[in-house]
Write a protein that binds this ligand. Structure first.
Ligand code: NAD
Ligand code: DAU
Length: 351
């Protein structure tokens, strides 16, 4: 049994599905179901006793303590977070509450539970903290990629809240001996991603014939990793990672935002042709405040020590992703409700 937090969100849901498919052992899934959490992501597990869903907040200490006592998990895999940089610019409070205070709450309950385990269970227990490359800040065009020893320099409220959570996780190992592992991953894409993030937003806008809002000059660079590869990396870190260590996970796939948007448009031109090329919808809009220029990951450590590396090329993963959105109109209808439209007005209305 493992306890997953945030398992109704994009990566968490992909992970729960992947875990049950690969490991076949049960997972308790604690998720608050914020705007980003969606039980439809887990519809294929309905009636499967290996998935136990619990709606709740990681800050609800009594709930977390009760779940740990009842299910006696051998690991906690912690995804729950506010995850969107633009939302953190409009309203940073929730980011501190969930990402920093929530991780603190979870660490404290994990520590209490772990302290009471028998020695053999104690040695096997893991707290796996899922984090981001954004904690390292921003790179120039010719800087070397982020490694596990790159100093932290978070720039957005989101990145700062994740950096804070990483520091807490580190300290709970150093001070209390809690067997933690942290993974810092680059930009994920794939099925089930909420359409506030670049790739699904561009797919949905293009399908609706709406402008494709590219921030600034579109030359910022991100390293893209297919979500299934990220899930495999987390499973490797859980199985073979060393307590107290951090592992960078990346796709070896740096692209400018414009390259990504043009690639989405080219796939749509082929699979879902409109009267004119979709790229005609590209519109340059006001830049994101404090926009990080470039992220790149050196993922040599996890390859060398745990035998993990990405398996899917960006071209193949992006095509599958576009195909998934084309085949899941009902899912799209459900997530693009009134609240979503309010977000679009707030973030893009004045750009
Ligand atoms: P997401 O926003 O899609 O999902 C977050 C999930 O957490 C949602 O299901 C939400 O309901 C849940 N949640 C939020 N606050 C909660 C709380 N207080 N208690 C319980 N549940 C809560 O996020 P995602 O993109 O799937 O990211 C998951 C994790 O991976 C995050 O920690 C994020 O920082 C990290 N990460 C994301 C990426 C990426 O590209 N998306 C890359 C690297 C790391
Ligand atoms: O690097 C890992 C991080 O990647 C994760 O920790 C975050 O949770 C995840 O949201 C993601 O952060 P980014 O800010 O890089 O992702 P986003 O999809 O929001 O934006 C990707 C790039 O595209 C970024 O340079 C901003 C740009 N962009 C984004 C949006 C939403 C646009 O040009 N237009 C847009 O409308």
């Amino acid at each position: 049994m493992i306890l997953v937090t945030g398992g109704a969100g994009f990566i968490g849901a992909n992970f729960v599905l992947d875990w049950i498919a690969h490991e076949g052992t049960p997972a308790v899934n604690l998720d608050k179901l914020t705007y980003a959490g969606n039980l439809a992501n887990l519809a294929s597990l309905q009636g499967d006793a290996r998935h136990i869903f619990v709606k709740g907040d990681i800050n609800d200490r009594a709930l977390v303590a009760g779940l740990l006592k009842q299910h006696q998990p051998r690991a906690i895999v912690h995804f729950a977070a506010e995850s969107h940089v633009d939302r953190s610019i409009h309203g940073p409070g929730e980011f501190v509450q969930t990402n920093v205070v929530g991780t603190f709450s979870l660490l404290e309950e994990a520590r209490a539970y772990w302290s009471g385990l028998a020695e053999t269970e104690k040695a096997k227990f893991r707290f796996l903290h899922v984090s981001t490359d954004e904690v390292y800040g921003s790179l120039g065009d010719s800087d070397p990629a982020f490694s596990e020893t790159t100093p932290y320099a978070p720039n957005s409220p989101y990145a700062a809240s994740k950096a804070g959570s990483d520091h807490l996780v580190r300290a709970w190992h150093h001070t209390y001996g809690l067997p933690v592992i942290t993974t810092n991953c680059s930009n994920n894409y794939g099925p089930l991603q909420f359409p506030e993030k670049l790739i699904p937003l561009m797919i949905l806008n293009a399908l609706a014939g709406k402008p494709l809002p590219v921030y600034g000059d579109g030359k910022n660079v991100r390293d893209w990793l297919y979500v299934g590869d990220h899930c495999a990396g987390i499973r490797a870190a859980l199985a073979r990672g060393k307590p107290g260590e951090t592992y960078n996970i990346g796709g070896n796939s740096e692209k400018t935002n414009l390259e990504v948007v043009h690639a989405v448009c080219a796939i749509l031109d082929e699979l879902h042709p409109a009267g004119a090329p979709h790229a005609k919808l590209i519109t340059f809009v006001e830049d994101r405040a404090g926009h990080d220029w470039r992220y790149a990951i050196n993922a040599e450590k996890i390859k060398r020590e745990l035998g993990w590396e990405p398996t899917k090329t960006f071209a193949a993963g992006l095509r599958e992703t576009v195909q998934w959105y084309l085949s899941n109109a009902e899912w799209i209808r459900n997530v693009t409700s009134g609240d979503y439209r309010k977000w679009v007005d707030l973030n893009y209305g004045k750009r």
